[in-house]
Design a protein around this ligand. Structure first.
Ligand code: FAD
Length: 374
């Protein structure tokens, strides 16, 4: 069976590795190249650790910090902290994506970098995929792991409803213990900081556009005026940045309506969870593990309808539930009521267990590691 995967982020790469290892003919199309920086908080929940190990990520090559504690600070001057129930680890997307890309190549996946998939059409029993540079591929299945923003979902209703947010990431020097992740709120957004494998720290924030527009898009002025209102964050902003900032826009928090009947959506392409949870990467891995099992079953029984139905079931039940939890947590931080924010932060400060309960809402059970190929 020949399978095409559109998008070589974490969802696409991990599925390609599993399928390649199982002996399927897999071609993966990635519009960009590796290695590359990507807007992401670079904190991965431990629910993914056994799965990432099973993919073959060479942990021994990197000094990956284990993150066990969580601190939440507020621009009104409050801070609270707790131990994370499951914890996580810090790794840059620069290292993670490129290592998975190398593993995919080793598993026999044909990876076409700098190649944008343009269209997918059904012709008889086959599916025809055409790339932007007019290469044609005839395949049996197509998986759409093209992330949050793609030419494939350009005109769907949800893009019209895209929420006016912008995401920004830097790597910085910081004076913070390696086993801590901090989230700092500011007016209209929040910023995460945690260590990655280089010993530097990933600083990544999400903000509503309107605040940035007031600063005519000048990130530096915006950070000094708005982010630095949070005294705990101000300290980090004064530290040297060790990479140019990368940005992303067009956010829709929720399950995405699908307009491509012959594409199985995967990862952010199926639905996007607010970054506050630090769980989008784990959901991308989990979706791959789930779809992998369904594709193995499809290879035996050949019913596309069953495959599609089971895949939609995962999206509408499990993924939707996780995203709803994430939206709830994000909305808590976005409520602009001063009294509410004060009461919330004070209760977290005096009852750290309440904060821990909140963080538990963001995580799931460990991802099942795929069975070794027969
Ligand atoms: C501000 C922010 C902070 C975040 N912080 C965290 C965090 O700390 N922890 C966490 O777990 N998650 C975090 N996330 C979420 C996480 O980054 C995503 O959930 C994860 O990257 C999803 O992986 P994916 O493979 O679905 O998509 P992506 O990683 O986005 O990959 C999609 C790929 O598809 C390619 N592509 C698109 N269209 C085409 C096409 N037509 N043809 C070929 N290729 C195409 C793109 O180039 C891209 O490489 C954050 C996200 C944001 C925005």
């Amino acid at each position: 069976m020949k399978i095409a995967i559109i998008g070589g982020g974490l969802a696409g790469l991990s599925l390609s590795i599993l399928l390649g290892r199982q002996g399927f003919e897999v071609c993966l199309f990635e519009a960009g190249d590796y290695p590359r920086h990507k807007v992401c908080g670079e904190y991965i929940s431990n629910e993914s650790k056994p799965f990432v190990e099973a993919l073959g990520f060479p942990f021994e090559k990197y000094n990956v910090p284990a993150i066990k504690h969580f601190r939440l600070t507020h621009y009104l001057g409050y801070k609270a902290q707790t131990t994370l129930a499951k914890g996580g680890f810090g790794i840059s997307r620069y290292a993670l994506d490129s290592e998975l890309y190398q593993i995919a190549l080793q598993e026999g996946v044909s990876v076409f970098t700098q190649t944008r998939a343009q269209s997918v059409e059904k012709q008889g029993d086959k599916i025809i995929l055409q790339t932007a540079d007019n290469q044609i591929f005839e395949v049996d299945l197509v998986v759409g792991a093209y992330g949050r923003v793609s030419n494939f979902q350009h005109n769907t209703a949800q893009n019209a409803k895209a929420q006016p947010f912008i995401g920004v990431k830097y790597h910085i020097e910081a004076d913070l213990p390696a086993d801590y992740i901090e989230i700092h709120t500011f007016r209209g957004g929040y910023c995460g900081i945690s260590q990655i494998e280089t010993g530097k720290f990933c600083l990544c924030y999400l903000t509503q556009n309107k605040y940035l527009k007031d600063h005519k898009g000048d990130l530096n002025a915006f950070e000094q005026n708005i982010l630095a209102e949070n005294p705990f964050l101000k300290r980090h902003l004064a530290q040297p940045k060790v990479m140019e900032g990368v940005t992303t826009s067009q956010f829709y928090f929720g399950i995405k309506p699908q307009n491509e009947p012959h594409i199985l959506p995967l990862g952010d392409a199926a639905g996007f969870i607010p970054p506050i949870t630090g769980n989008g990467m784990s959901l991308a891995f989990r979706a791959s593990a789930e779809l992998y099992k369904l594709i193995l079953d499809y290879n035996t029984h050949k019913s596309y309808e069953t495959l599609q139905k089971a895949h939609q079931n995962y999206i509408q039940k499990y993924l939707n539930h996780r995203i709803t939890q994430g939206v709830f947590l994000q909305n808590l931080l976005f409520r602009e009521n001063r009294l509410f924010q004060t009461l919330m932060m004070k209760s977290f400060q005096y009852v750290p267990f309440a904060l821990q309960m909140m963080t538990r809402k963001a995580v799931g059970k460990d991802i099942e590691t795929p069975k070794a190929p027969k």
